[in-house]
Design a protein around this ligand. Structure first.
Ligand SMILES: Cc1ncc(COP(=O)(O)O)c(C=O)c1O
Length: 352
């Protein structure tokens, strides 16, 4: 039996059982040898596809002994750019480039050139960063229910480096809040199997047990699965609108109602749909409500770099509103929990 056949057989077992068997089997020398050989084969195949420039361009593993000219550097970068852009310009990628029109790219490039030295940490020097952030947050919040929430609750938010960071910020906030207010030390979050890998990262970074729920034959997570998975340690339920693998919407309204009933948070991952759903609704398409108009939705992640047509590597946005919005004696908005408060830091920022 080879590694593929073994993993095929383990795939039929419940994941927890499969994990235990896999761990034990890896300790058998013959199996370990077989796995190492397979890994080696995979790495060689990966290396070829992930490092196609090996031997084609000079590799600089350390600073070169003599400096290179700007022309040389620009030449290398231009060559790799040309090799890489032909594929997406031919329209063969999805989920990597969201706009691609040259006039739009030229406009973005002008904006980024003007902003290249801006450092948001120094808002006294660059108050424009604060203005842009506040405007992005406010615009996105209005697109997703600000002013139309069931209980007139505030919607606040923050701009992050990407969808993954937005998700990490939200999940960390739920963990901290649950620990502080409910004394939960072994937190769990309910996540559909189709949700983005960012939730796996959050689970590992913040030590939160992920309870994965299945999806229907149409790849949608349902309220029934949430009901089965919820327990006293659950701090948040996650739903995607839509999920990356199939573009399908989880049953956000019904799932968030279950979360509301249990007085726990609900995160709508709208990274992919955040700049499509509100406009589709305005155009009269029948789209489900997935945002802060639903009383159970307590946080969202929305990516400006996807269908907001900004470029990756700059700014993204997550909006959040008061967690447990209906309970007024829990006043702190989740957006405030996102901010990290540090003890006094031994650095003199500037003379006052
Ligand atoms: C539904 C969904 N959530 C989260 C993310 C993560 O976003 P990012 O790649 O900006 O970290 C993605 C990215 O494709 C996504 O499609």
């Amino acid at each position: 039996m080879n590694v593929e056949e073994i993993s095929g057989k383990l795939g039929w077992l419940p994941p927890a059982v499969a994990r235990v068997i896999e761990k034990r089997m890896k300790k058998i020398p013959a199996v370990k040898k077989m796995i190492d050989a397979e890994n080696q084969k995979t790495m060689i195949a990966f290396e070829h596809s992930l490092k196609p420039y090996k031997n084609k361009f000079t590799t600089y593993a350390a600073l070169p002994s003599s400096g290179r000219t700007h022309e040389e550097i620009l030449h290398d970068i231009q060559s790799m750019h040309d090799l890489e852009s032909s594929r997406w310009k031919e329209g063969y990628v999805s989920g990597g480039i969201y706009h691609g029109d040259q006039a739009h790219i030229d406009f973005l490039n002008k904006v980024y050139a003007l902003q290249s030295q801006s450092n948001p940490l120094h808002s006294d020097l660059f108050p424009s960063a604060t203005k842009y952030e506040a405007e992005i947050v406010s615009m996105v919040a209005h697109m997703h229910g600000k002013g139309k929430t069931a209980t007139s609750q505030e919607v606040c938010g923050t701009v992050t480096s990407g969808g993954t960071e937005s998700i990490l910020c939200a999940i960390k906030s739920y963990r901290d809040r649950a620990r502080e207010e409910r004394g939960i030390t072994e937190p769990e979050m309910i996540v559909p199997i189709t949700a983005h890998a960012a939730f796996d990262k959050a689970s590992q970074y913040f030590n939160i047990k992920q309870v994965k729920i299945p999806v229907t034959a149409n790849y949608e997570a349902t309220a029934e699965s949430v009901k089965r998975a919820i327990n006293n340690n659950t701090i948040v339920v996650v739903g995607s609108a839509p999920a990356f693998p199939h573009g399908t919407f989880d049953h956000i309204e019904a799932m968030s109602n279950v979360a509301l009933k249990h007085k726990i948070g609900f995160h709508t991952d709208c990274c992919l749909g955040g700049f499509v759903v509100p406009f589709a609704e305005k155009l009269g398409y029948k789209v489900p409500v997935v945002d802060f108009r639903l009383p159970g939705v307590t946080s969202m992640s929305v990516d400006t770099h996807k269908y907001g047509y900004a470029a990756k590597g700059h700014r993204w946005c997550s909006t959040a509103r008061r967690i447990f919005a209906t309970i007024s004696f829990m006043p702190q908005p989740i957006g405030r929990v996102v901010c990290i408060i540090l003890p006094p830091w031994p650095v003199r920022v500037r003379e006052l």
